[in-house]
Design a protein around this ligand. Structure first.
Ligand SMILES: [Zn+2]
Length: 480
């Protein structure tokens, strides 16, 4: 008895020692860089942003609704508003509506930087039209916010890039590295514009050292346990796949139903899928995230992040509690469309469901499809890809790359008292197409807690716009 007690004590002691050792060794990865105060935003810069929102550059899933005049109008607006950019930079129109600018650097021996943003915005959902507090395409300013569709996604980046470049060009500034601006026109539909830009750049053997696109943001309160703002610098993004499940069984009159109908078969398949979630795991970007925010946490939380070999289950349990947290640790399954039946007294022969998957880096669309078939385990349900819009999980940008380090430094110089960290992007961006020509892809929007992304009352604060301008200006001034 005494002996076993002694052993138990011993084990606890060793365990505690390991936990504490790891915790004390879990050092901060934050760069010690002071931020530079941002200059005040001019009224003309604000007016230009408002004006940009007024162009209804909408990406509709129905191609017949595409309004080319809005895109051409937007191009003309850019030309007249940023005359120096347009006289000094070369500009190409790619895939009819996408734009590629080139700002020649002083040093042609250095690989270029690509700054990305997309011109298109998502439509206003019919059912939500009356729920907006403002006209979504008026570019209104109230309560120190700029309101409207596209303010956060993604015209704030596009206009900030243009404003910063115009300002520096007027000063006769020339960057050390060549800088490209790549503005796709259909990011919300999968990004054929961005893909065409990549093809063009590849044909010219351009290998960007850094590609910066929309992505993670600065958040003041969305990282649990953190009291300081956190800059989420995206280093990878999840993949995208939709599958169609079709259950077929002879229908007939609903007065004499058999024990199972096509709808029952489909419903069972969907339930089986949802009851068998993908295994959780930490992707490299999420590992990086924990390595960066963990050391900044209060001691007891720090112990947990410093000892993931022991507390992985606890951390995953915490993440799983919310939809957004769960999305960070696994490939997700979301049924999105159901179709069956035409009449209340007829049993349909065919029942169909569309299920959307967001793939964790490491998973693949073929792997997901195989697993779905295995889980459903019913020959009466066929599984096929739904439309062509799919994307494998993106490549992962190293924390030690020029691109990450540069984004880290400029974020520190722009945002006071902010913790910076790598991050896994849950949504998709045009930048994933650039993995064909660059290994330094960063997904980061230098704005703080935007509201209404793809939803109602989309808006960004004037402070966010100010910091975005400052971020791009500082980046353009420091490309080496
Ligand atoms: Zn976007």
């Amino acid at each position: 008895m005494k002996r076993s007690l002694f052993y138990t004590f011993g084990v606890i002691l060793v365990f505690t020692a390991i936990l504490l050792f790891n915790t004390f060794r879990f050092e901060s990865k934050q760069l010690l860089i002071e931020s530079n105060p941002s200059p005040e935003v001019s009224t003309s810069s604000i007016r230009n942003f408002q004006e940009a929102i007024r162009f209804k550059t909408i990406s509709n899933s129905d191609p017949s609704l595409f309004d080319s005049a809005q895109f051409f109008g937007f191009h003309r607006f850019l030309k007249t508003t940023y005359p120096t950019v347009h006289s000094r930079l070369s500009r190409e129109v790619v895939a009819n509506y996408s734009l590629l600018y080139k700002w020649e650097g002083k040093n042609p021996g250095l690989n270029p930087i690509v700054l990305m943003a997309h011109q298109d915005v998502v439509p206003i959902e019919e059912a939500t039209k009356t729920m907006w507090s403002v006209d979504p395409f008026a570019g209104e300013i109230t309560d120190n916010f700029i309101w409207g569709r596209g303010t956060a996604d993604d015209k704030v980046n596009l206009i900030s890039i243009m404003e910063a470049a115009e300002k520096l060009l007027i000063e006769n500034y020339q960057p050390e590295r060549t800088i490209y601006f790549a503005f796709g026109h259909d990011e919300e539909l999968g990004g054929t514009g961005a893909q065409a830009i990549v093809v063009l750049m590849k044909s010219r053997n351009i290998a960007p050292e850094m590609v910066l696109d929309e992505g993670g943001i600065i958040t003041k309160d969305k990282v649990p346990g953190m009291t300081k703002p956190v800059a989420l610098i995206g280093t990878s993004e999840k993949g995208y796949l939709s599958l169609q499940l079709t259950a077929e069984k002879n229908g007939g009159h609903s007065s004499m139903p058999e024990s199972e109908t096509s709808i029952d078969i489909l419903a069972k398949a969907l339930i089986r899928l949802r009851e068998h979630p993908f295994d959780p795991g930490f992707s490299p970007s999420t590992q990086g995230f924990m390595d960066h925010i963990g050391p900044e946490m209060p001691f007891f939380k720090k112990i947990i992040f410093a000892n993931r070999w022991l507390f992985k289950g606890i951390i995953i349990g915490i993440y799983e509690k919310t939809g957004s947290g769960n999305a960070l640790v696994r490939t997700t399954i979301a049924p999105t469309i159901l179709k069956a039946g035409v009449k209340d007294n007829v049993i349909p022969t065919i029942a169909q469901a569309t299920v959307n998957f967001r793939l964790l880096p490491g998973d693949s669309s073929t792997g997901v499809m195989e697993r779905v078939k295995k889980v459903i385990d019913d020959d009466r349900v066929t599984v096929s890809p739904f439309n062509n819009f799919k994307g494998e999980p993106s490549s992962i940008t190293s924390e030690n790359s020029f691109a990450y380090r540069k984004a880290d430094v400029i974020a520190k110089k722009t945002f006071p008292n902010t913790v910076t960290t790598p991050f896994l992007m849950i949504g998709g961006t045009d930048s994933r197409h650039f993995s064909k020509i660059s290994s330094g892809i960063i997904k980061f929007s230098p704005i703080t807690d935007p509201i209404g992304f793809h939803g109602i009352d989309e808006r960004v604060s004037l402070d966010s716009y100010t910091s975005a301008l400052w971020f791009y200006e500082q980046l353009m001034r420091d490309t080496k």
